[in-house]
Design a protein around this ligand. Structure first.
Ligand code: SF4
Ligand code: SF4
Ligand code: SF4
Length: 249
């Protein structure tokens, strides 16, 4: 079987997820042995007409980004979104809480009126084109990425976790952050990271986005039980999960 051709593309982001790929070091050589990278701005100037797998990082924030995303979709067999910026907008969606003109003024000052600064409300890639697989996290988890790409290279369906971070947190034997009077987003957030934040003494801030059907009733019960409010919970959601489905429930 021929190795699938792969292109890596980016939109508005810090490119930290692509750095995760570079940082795979020796494992990257193993991965390259099962795929054929044909387009990757960070690694080469080559361009390809079509790719079997398009890997897309970053958020859509301009009209021309939407056109570019549609072009990638039309040239790709499979599209994988990597990282919070691409999979659901992540921190870039913080902008959507504010008036766009004020945001531009704040960032660009007197230059805000220049016509090429055509920023628009942030969208995740899946709000613009069909995405086949999401590799979550900020940054994405490189092992999960490698696993998913290897599966697809062999024609196998990768299994993407759809249970909350609390499951992995409990398996690591952590004392719950709510017992320290902190608000943790683990009950709503998609697992797969192995709960490094609660294990390291922080709350989960939801960088992997919500599970498919988050139990918002249970989240409300937790807030009641610990004498906290739903508004406080929503405040914690703003960083990564502004303007997401379920966030305002
Ligand atoms: S998900 Fe995080 S690490 Fe990845 S590109 Fe966005 S901000 Fe950077
Ligand atoms: S610390 Fe967070 S992730 Fe861990 S069990 Fe408590 S709520 Fe869940
Ligand atoms: S514990 Fe939460 S914030 Fe930390 S990596 Fe996992 S999903 Fe992201």
């Amino acid at each position: 079987m021929d190795k699938p051709t792969v292109g890596i593309f980016d939109f508005a982001c810090c490119e930290g997820c692509q750095l995760q790929i570079v940082n795979m070091e020796e494992e990257l050589l193993d991965l390259v042995s099962v795929i054929n990278p044909v387009q990757w701005r960070e690694g080469s100037s080559d361009k390809a007409e079509r790719v079997d797998i398009a890997i897309v990082e970053g958020s859509i924030t301009r009209a021309e980004d939407e056109e570019h995303a549609h072009d990638i979709r039309s040239r790709a067999g499979i599209v994988i979104a990597i990282g919070a910026c691409a999979t659901f907008g992540g921190v870039n969606k913080l902008k959507n809480n504010f008036d766009l003109a004020e945001v531009k003024q704040y960032v660009y000052g007197d230059s805000a009126r220049m016509h090429h600064l055509n920023t628009q409300p942030t969208k995740g890639i899946n709000e613009v084109i069909h995405v086949d697989y999401n590799i979550q996290g900020c940054p994405m988890n490189e092992k999960e990425f490698s696993y998913a790409v290897r599966c697809l290279a062999k024609g196998v369906e990768p299994v993407i976790p759809n249970h909350p971070v609390c499951v992995e947190c409990k398996m690591r034997g952590n004392v719950c952050r709510y017992e320290y009077n902190e608000i943790c987003l683990g009950p709503l957030t998609r697992a797969g990271c192995n709960a490094p934040c609660p294990t390291g003494g922080f709350w989960c801030f939801g960088c992997r986005g919500w599970v498919d059907n988050p139990n918002t009733d249970a989240a409300r019960d937790i807030m009641d039980y610990y004498g906290l409010t739903v508004e406080q919970l929503k405040g914690k959601m703003r960083l990564f999960n502004s303007k997401q489905e379920h966030t305002d429930e």
